[in-house]
Design a protein around this ligand. Structure first.
Ligand SMILES: *Cc1c(COP(=O)(O)O)cnc(C)c1O
Length: 381
């Protein structure tokens, strides 16, 4: 009997690997660098923690099960996962990517991929024609974020996977925003799923982590080799924090979504708010695709206000809501994309996407939504 999603968050789809015999309910933290060998030429299956660690493997098992993947790899951060993934590609390769990508991923592409001879074309991937037009002879990967950060654009994953299949290239989806609780890109034809576990998977704004999840055995093997070579695997204690965080993923995501929807509706009634970008609103252009490919809308929203003065006023006056980068934790955070997450994106590109000096992004936390609203109300003034 297959477990339901809420159960998988806590137990995975099957039995955990029992390594000691204490019956410990919480998975033990194997805080060790090395493991003793029982004899010459023999191994317990564990030699060195860069390569194998039981706590990390347990976190990988749960994430693989949540994403319906065959295998997952746990990294020290989301960016460590992205940069390890890029080691699959060679000089001369080409990538087509969503133009409204997470700023750190754009930096990876510009600072490291370019130097390694891997070129990237950015397009609005919510428009399939733009993807088709950007394909080159040497295109090896289509890289999506959906919904995007911060403009909340939605891309049809299944449709793009058909384009990737025709082209014979890979499709990767960064699933950080909706999490496997609301969306499973592998089921829609993606080859690789990427996570910043720093966000909703861990969920408490207190550690970094990242995952790559895949179904194809050849890709898994190659990435496992890269993983143990470059050594950016997740530490045992951080693996445990993410394991603990994921146990409550289901209840947290439901509440994040409930709060975000209530806040989005309230924001729409505010005089100083120009438009509200939340995929859970009926008028959001990506809602129809979202309803087809996802089970929910998540807890991220963005909004434009009437002026830069209002932005400064809000950022300086919020009390309960903290003015900080990051997202996906219990605490509500407000971000100013122009100076924070998207400061590395050239000005004219930012503007063309609507990321201007009047845009604010919010990660709606798990506080009582009336308290969140009251804080924003006094800050908007
Ligand atoms: C935060 C984030 C990343 C990078 O993850 P880190 O854990 O900060 O390294 C990648 N993609 C998205 C969508 C993110 O929000």
């Amino acid at each position: 009997m297959a477990y339901k999603l809420d159960t998988v968050c806590i137990h995975g789809s099957g039995q955990r690997k029992e390594i000691d015999n204490t019956g410990s309910i919480s998975f033990p933290i194997y805080q060790t660098a090395a493991y003793a060998h029982p004899g010459v030429g023999r191994s317990t299956g564990y030699d060195y923690s860069r390569v194998q660690n039981p706590t990390r493997e347990e976190a990988e098992r749960i994430v693989a099960d949540l994403e319906h993947g065959r295998e997952a790899l746990a990294f020290s951060s989301g960016m460590a996962a992205v940069s390890a993934f890029m080691e699959l590609f060679r000089p001369g390769d080409h990538i087509v990517a969503t133009d409204d990508l997470y700023g750190g991923t754009i930096r990876q592409f510009r600072l490291i991929n370019e130097k390694n001879g891997i070129s990237v074309t950015y397009v609005d991937t919510s428009d399939l024609e733009q993807i088709r037009a950007a394909l080159q002879k040497n295109t090896k990967l289509i890289y999506l974020e959906t919904p995007t950060n911060p403009m909340m654009q939605v891309t049809d994953i299944a449709a793009v996977s058909r384009i990737a299949r025709e082209k014979g290239c890979l499709l990767a989806v960064d699933n950080t925003f909706l999490t496997p609780y609301f969306q499973n890109p592998l089921d829609l034809g993606a080859d690789i799923v990427i996570h910043s576990a720093t966000k909703y998977l861990e969920g408490h704004n207190d550690t970094l982590g990242g995952f790559l999840v895949m179904n194809r055995e050849d890709i898994a093997q190659e990435l496992r080799g890269i993983f143990k070579t470059i050594g950016s695997g997740l530490a045992p204690f951080d693996s445990w924090l993410i394991l603990r965080g994921m146990k409550t993923l289901a209840v947290r995501m439901e509440k994040h979504q409930e709060n975000a929807l209530a806040l989005a509706k309230w924001l729409q009634t505010q005089e100083k708010v120009r438009d509200v970008l939340y995929i859970g609103l009926d008028e959001h252009p990506g809602q129809e695709i979202t309803k087809r490919q996802s089970r929910g809308f998540g807890g991220m929203l963005a909004f434009h206000v009437d002026s830069r003065e209002t932005v400064y006023r809000v950022l300086e006056r919020v009390k309960l809501i903290r003015f900080a980068e990051s997202l996906g934790g219990t605490e509500s955070l407000i971000t100013y994309p122009v100076t924070q997450t998207h400061s590395d994106v050239p000005d004219e590109k930012r503007r063309a996407r609507g990321i201007d000096e009047t845009l604010l992004r919010m990660s709606v936390g798990l506080e009582d939504v009336q308290d969140i609203i009251a804080d924003l109300q006094q800050a908007l003034g």
